[in-house]
Design a protein around this ligand. Structure first.
Ligand SMILES: *Cc1c(COP(=O)(O)O)cnc(C)c1O
Ligand SMILES: [Zn+2]
Length: 415
């Protein structure tokens, strides 16, 4: 388990010991975990995975931690739902929704945090910390509680109220910063050098943390009977998730668990924070930072750390990046709820709305096997629905009033 040799710079290729470090001393490029793939291939079989736990830790051979007991609240192995009713609405064929609303704290962040804190504990850290747009805060607070670690969580002060409460309840020290996520992130980058004994999951532990997103690819392949989808649609905040989903499919082929094949990877952003979609549309290599303004706060990262790598994964695989308006996001949330019974947060609305756009423009095709990643629960962002989700009728407590209301509703339904 945990067959990692070192960290390697994604830019200059120099290696670095597998400690708490995220940038190359030499060129400041981002560091990435190095695996001994032949050694992994020698032990990792479909049977071994199937016999593992019903969590992300069934893929421990391709994760950078977990040689001992992981910090585990049960993240992962979420349902891959065949979405025929949604497919029919969008004019698609074989469509699946990866329902990552069903994680311990309601978002895919449980995958990355479980890996990050497991590694942090192995490296001897007692304090966990993060900069967060909310979901990461929830997850770091919960997993720290589980691990018996102290937690410092930094969030923008305008965060959804629920995300504040559902972090504070775990006993984390929650610091609301008057600024945007990018301000919070800058503060944490500074703090990380001032507090070298803290494990900042998305700063000094980032090379390990980001690997947790690969399990989104591993699970889909296993759930499709160890085969690859043709096209996936992934929400883009920092761009890490998309980059690692792309990497995850490649690794499965590398260690012989699936046949090698092309998975087209497309990205989904909110128009109010679309630096990667803009660069894609312009055919540019430069991801220019923006000031976010969107209801999709969990992915409102104006200066995405992995934006360039996400673009590269999209372009090299033949995908695209779509940007959708706040109205389309709400419509996407409602469409998914109404057709498939899955209530997603705003980032999920972004994925569904982007899928709708990509289907309408012919980028995602009806002859493809498609997976849409729905990465967080709607219960944390109910405000986004506004007045659009109220009672169908308000009536006096008698039968006549109901019968009248029923007739009205039927008339509306037929209009
Ligand atoms: C953080 C987050 C994302 C985006 O992940 P990145 O790795 O930052 O691109 C997507 N969906 C949800 C619900 C998130 O919380
Ligand atoms: Zn380097």
């Amino acid at each position: 388990m945990g067959r990692i040799d070192a960290l390697r710079c994604r830019e200059c290729g120099r290696t670095h010991p597998a400690t708490a470090a995220h940038v190359c001393d030499f060129c400041f490029g981002p560091l990435e975990v190095v695996y001994d793939y032949p050694a992994v291939a020698a032990v990792m079989t479909r049977e071994r995975v199937a016999a593992g736990p019903a969590t992300i830790w069934r893929y421990a051979d391709l994760l950078p931690a977990g040689a001992e007991a992981p910090v585990d609240l049960g993240a992962g192995l979420t349902p891959l739902v065949r979405a025929d009713r949604l497919a029919a609405e969008l004019g698609l064929g074989e469509l699946y929704v990866k329902d990552d609303t069903r994680n311990p704290t309601g978002s895919f962040k449980d995958r990355v945090v479980s890996v990050a804190l497991t590694r942090a504990r192995e490296l001897g850290f007692k304090v966990a910390a993060c900069a967060s747009t909310g979901n990461l805060a929830n997850s770091v607070a919960a997993h720290s509680a589980r691990a018996g670690m102290e937690a410092y969580v930094f969030v923008p002060s305008d965060l959804e109220r629920v995300k504040i409460q559902t972090t504070a309840v775990f006993g984390a020290k929650l610091v609301a910063v008057e600024g945007s996520y990018d301000d919070v992130n800058r503060l944490c980058a500074e703090l990380a050098s001032e507090r070298p004994d803290w494990a900042f999951v998305n700063v000094n532990i980032r090379p390990y943390y980001s690997e947790g997103s690969k399990t989104l690819a591993f699970e889909v392949a296993e759930q499709l009977g160890w085969s690859l989808p043709d096209h996936v649609v992934v929400p883009v905040g920092s761009g890490s998730q998309l980059t690692k989903v792309h990497k995850g499919f490649g690794e499965l082929a590398e260690v012989g668990l699936v046949e090698r094949g092309l998975v087209r990877v497309s990205g989904a952003q909110a128009a109010g924070c679309a630096p990667v979609a803009t660069a894609f549309a312009e055919g540019s290599d430069l991801v220019r930072p923006v000031k976010p303004s969107t209801i999709a706060k969990s992915i409102a990262i104006g200066n995405p750390a992995d934006g360039w790598y996400a673009l590269e994964a999209v372009r090299s695989s033949g995908g695209a990046v779509a940007a959708v308006t706040d109205e389309e996001i709400v419509a996407g949330i409602r469409l998914l709820a109404r057709t498939e019974g899955i209530f997603a947060e705003t980032a999920g609305g972004v994925t569904i709305a982007a899928l709708a756009r990509l289907a309408a423009s012919g980028v995602v095709r009806p002859d493809e096997r498609v997976v849409a990643y729905v990465t967080g629960t709607g219960l944390k962002t109910v405000e986004a629905l506004g007045d659009g989700a109220g009672p169908s009728a308000v009536i006096a407590p008698n039968l006549g009033a109901f019968v009248d209301a029923e007739r009205r509703l039927e008339e509306e339904g037929h209009r």
